[in-house]
Design a binder for this molecule. Structure first.
Ligand SMILES: Cc1ncc(COP(=O)(O)O)c(C=O)c1O
Length: 407
């Protein structure tokens, strides 16, 4: 009965619990079974041939499809309000799938200046090896985006909120500019998943995710997703990701993501509440030079944040400390504070239940050339925090204690 409901019309919590998951037909298992098999067998050669040719719906080999992965793909589509989705074994698998699936030699891509370090490497080094031209543009500057468009521009690629500088892009405005020229828009929505930002509703053509982060939400899986129109996804699915280059996630990981997504509404609410509370704490600290969190009323992009995120400002933020505290450089002061934390772990990634802190210049963005990091605003003094789901009183007390080493 559950399958007859159009979950796109339901609230976020309902959608994330039920979409893609119906009781299993074999035994009525309510939780989606983990079909841990590499291959599927047939009663006859004729049956096998018809599944392989696509005449008959079915599964043949897990690299190309599997019932547990199919359930996850339906839930990914429901997450973003997309028609279809491709599950991948990592966020980079999703990003690589879109780039390799949609671009050919001689094409041109406009990319946001500040992107995740490995994405930067793919766009800066790998794509050029295959004869794809890439222009780096501040996607916050609409005129700059318009001016960068060429006759061979195929894609505009950016992060909904940049990693680690938390700069938002007006997705609606960029999509309008792109579509007038027949260009597709790809948004990495890892930092601001629903219920924060819905890029497809704002006109983007593809959303990519590192589901490793908020979507799975438990810090125990590497996974990714590409979401969009079924027709747009076809060349990626058939030619690149699952079938050919093999970026398919395993059934157990797919099950874990399915399980994690069922509590996404509750988790995201807590991440947003805790994120705002920590951002306000940092803003009020006399040692802090700048807080990167567009949810703060004082933030330069607060109006855009309000329009895009409608009060759900998320749990990820960065900050820089002032120079000269106790005669230290800002970087040394950062290290002193971070080393004094008890509850947060010093670790990359984000969206885990526990709070994570990292030094972007030497960790997540360590593979970006220094000059490019500076251009993207990633200073040596910048600390990124993924605020977790702990009780906020405990987190605030731990931050206060850590900051007291600067007194
Ligand atoms: C914004 C963003 N996109 C993509 C990725 C890559 O995801 P994964 O580690 O799942 O491959 C990351 C990883 O940190 C990220 O921060």
């Amino acid at each position: 009965m559950a399958q007859e409901i159009d979950f796109q019309k339901c609230g976020f919590g309902t959608r994330m619990i039920h979409a893609g998951q119906a009781p299993d037909k074999a035994y009525g298992a309510l939780a989606t079974p983990i079909y841990q098999t590499s291959t599927f067998c047939f009663d006859t050669v004729e049956e096998g041939s018809s599944v392989f040719s696509g005449e008959r719906v079915g599964f043949a080999y897990t690299r190309g499809g599997n019932p547990t992965i199919a359930a996850l793909e339906a839930k990914y589509a429901a997450l973003e309000g997309g028609e279809a989705a491709i599950a991948t074994a990592s966020g980079m698998g999703a990003i690589g799938g879109v780039l390799v699936g949609l671009l050919s030699q001689g094409d041109h891509v406009i990319r946001g200046t500040c992107v995740y370090g490995c994405t930067d490497q793919v766009l800066r080094e790998t794509m050029s090896r295959y004869g794809v031209e890439v222009s780096e543009v501040n996607t916050g500057d609409l005129e700059a985006v318009k001016n960068a468009i060429k006759a061979n521009t195929k894609l505009i690629y950016f992060e909904s909120m940049t990693n680690p500088t938390m700069v938002l892009t007006d997705i609606e405005a960029i999509s309008k500019i792109a579509h007038e020229k027949g260009i597709k828009v790809v948004v990495d929505n890892t930092f601001t998943p629903p219920p924060e930002i819905y890029p497809l509703q704002l006109g983007a053509d593809f959303v990519v995710h590192s589901s490793t982060k908020y979507i799975n939400g438990h810090g125990d899986v590497i996974a990714g997703a590409i979401i969009g129109k079924a027709e747009d996804l076809l060349p990626i699915r058939k030619g690149i990701t699952s079938k050919i280059l093999g970026t398919t996630p395993g059934p157990i990981d797919s099950y874990l993501v399915l399980r994690g997504m069922q509590t996404m509404e509750l988790r995201m609410k807590r991440h947003c509440d805790n994120g705002l509370a920590i951002a306000k704490f940092l803003e009020s600290s006399p040692y802090v030079k700048k807080v990167y969190y567009p949810g703060l009323e004082s933030a330069e992009q607060h109006d855009l944040a309000e329009r895009l995120m409608k009060g759900n400002y998320g749990g990820i933020l960065s900050f820089e400390l002032k120079e000269g505290i106790q005669g230290m450089t800002a970087y040394d002061a950062c290290k002193k504070v971070v080393n004094a934390f008890t509850i947060p772990s010093i670790a990359v990634s984000l969206g885990d239940p526990g709070t994570l802190v990292e030094h972007a210049a030497s960790m997540t963005h360590g593979n970006v050339p220094e000059a490019e990091r500076v251009k993207a605003g990633i200073t040596n003094d910048l600390i990124r925090v993924s605020v977790g789901l702990e009780n906020i009183e405990d987190l605030l007390a731990d931050f206060q204690k850590a900051f007291s080493v600067l007194a």
